[in-house]
Design a protein around this ligand. Sequence first.
Ligand SMILES: [Zn+2]
Length: 132
Amino acid sequence: MYNLLVGWLDFCDILGDNICSILSGKPLILIHVPFLWVHGMALFPFVLIKYKHYASNERLLNHEQIHLRQQLELGIIPFYIWYLLEYAWLRVKGMKHKEAYYNISFEKEAYDRQYDLDYLLYRPLWNFRKYL
Ligand SMILES: [Zn+2]
């Protein structure tokens, strides 16, 4: 189990409204973005959250951390390119926005495993391929 919000990083004070937290052994930099159009977003190395109280939402943070892992193993920029191409392909195939979003392999893995808070401890490399 993650021990959420065990400490605050000093530069959180400098950034003012931004939130930082440390998940046990795995640093996670949270940034509070009130105007975010989604609940959360992983932009390596940051996780953006719409509401401050999401800082204690283990499921949401786990979901976004799965994306951070995907981004790292693909080399960040290729992740975004792949993500957008897969979304575009699903739209071309006739899916509506939401259906296409939920069918992107990266999202399928993250939604499938977001409740397993230990998932990243044993997840095999490039495991999103199982969801293609
Ligand atoms: Zn996601």
